[in-house]
Write a protein that binds this ligand. Sequence first.
Ligand code: OOB
Length: 537
Amino acid sequence: MLEGFVNWPAEFAATYRELGYWRGETLGAMLRARAERTPERCAVVDGDRAWTYRELEQRSARWAAGLRQLGIAHGQRVLVQLPNTAEFLSLCFGLFRIGAIPVLALPAHRVTEIVHLTDLSEAVAYVVADIHFGFDYRTLARTVRERCPSVRHVLVAGDAQEFTSLADLDAHAPDAQETEPDPGDVALLLLSGGTTGAPKLIPRTHDDYLCNIRLSAEAAGFHADTRYLVSLPIEHNFALGCPGALGCLYAGGTVVLCRDPSPDTAFALIERERVTATALIPPLVLLWLEAVEWATENLGSLELLQAGGARLKAETAARVRGTLGCTLQQVYGMAEGLLNFTGRDEPDSIVFDTQGRPVAAHDEVRIVDAHDQAVADGELGELQVRGPYTIRGYYRAEAHNRQAFTSDGFYRSGDMVRRLPGGHLVVEGRSKDVINRGGDKVPVEEIENYLLSHPKIRDVALVGIPDDAMGERTCACVIARDAAPTLAELNTHLRSIGVAAFKLLDRSVVLEDFPKTALGKVNKRELAARIAAQPRG
Ligand code: OOB
């Protein structure tokens, strides 16, 4: 058992097995079974490359052997930061086979996040692309190697320079005496979008993540003819397993990889590869709806568009069928587990105005007030959940877990929701300090701490300002020491610390003082309302 992993209590585990949520299968075995059933079908398309199920399976077997040759063993962590490429899949399945654990970072992450995740997980290897969107990840890798003593190997997709080439893994003959991990073992560590403070890691087991994938694939109606376009970063739970790339493989379909979700790139792939389904965050839904007006590509193959990560406006939702010609499915999910989907056949009033309902009959959702007491149906409260694919604790975060989970094992999501009589949920806001910038989660405390280290800042409060396209944008409210810092200066400061670009500030204002609550804390709600009412300038 991985140290720092909080397992489900034995009686819950037994129930989930008995009810068929956990089926005792590993992710590696899942792929093997598909490859045996339909070896010649196309599993993955990446640019001009297409791999059949047999090829993906065999490649991941060779890579597993190559990883083992490097000394990477069962239970060890490997930090993976790759763009949407076929290598991501052969690498992850290679790791799954030997029971090593991918830690999934986003391509947008920079030195601060990567060093933190590497140290937290004590990753023995770091896997990057050479250059992606103009950024040279080998430079980042040099810093990580210098600062993180646990990292023994850097593997690079493309021009490896002084590092090991990922392609070298392919030279190995599959291991005859491969030992399967246990289905109850941690299969992967996902990044949390929703916690306060430093980013947390979310341990997902083979049993629980396959349950996540299977229930999502059923809810999305995936089948062997599904052609799923990975538009969002594949490391994100939504694009990976809800149902995402893994759900598409689970269903025996074809995964089409897209380097970036711009309409230019994505529409061409939809036409060329006859894509049937994809998933987007709300700002991208808006962008696609606009771009379709002048697009020349034929998007007629697209049947399903999933939208999630942040609240989709009902007006936007209502435009999807008429403009893109496909069914909309709202997905309200979290890397910690719980997934809610609107049904493909549900009436417009549900699909436009709700964020769906839980995919498992045994997702125990309760909506509570500030004293953890259940509110009446229809009332607003915080969503708490426990269930067959919702974690019982973050990885190596004992102190934080005491606050983030109730004593009876429910995860405190921090989301403020209402439950309608039919069980559908409407997400109304958040009780914790995270700004949801169109699906990208900005941890407020973390950014405030970086800003406080700027010499011109005496005090700072980061608030989310409502925004039509993004849902919210960030604004730093600053009390200056003397000369007021400009927005550009603050962002230069954040960049020099090395944070992901989506955490940079959209706006800053300089104030004399902050409004306070009765308890003397900064009244962020009041602050945000004041700033939203001010014209920019
Ligand atoms: C997804 O996962 P995370 O872990 O990046 O973020 C989870 C948080 C939720 O707690 C909620 O605050 C927000 O993102 N959220 C939504 C939403 N979907 C997620 N808020 C309103 N409406 C929605 N539809 O974001 C994620 C994971 C799996 C599938 C889809 C999204």
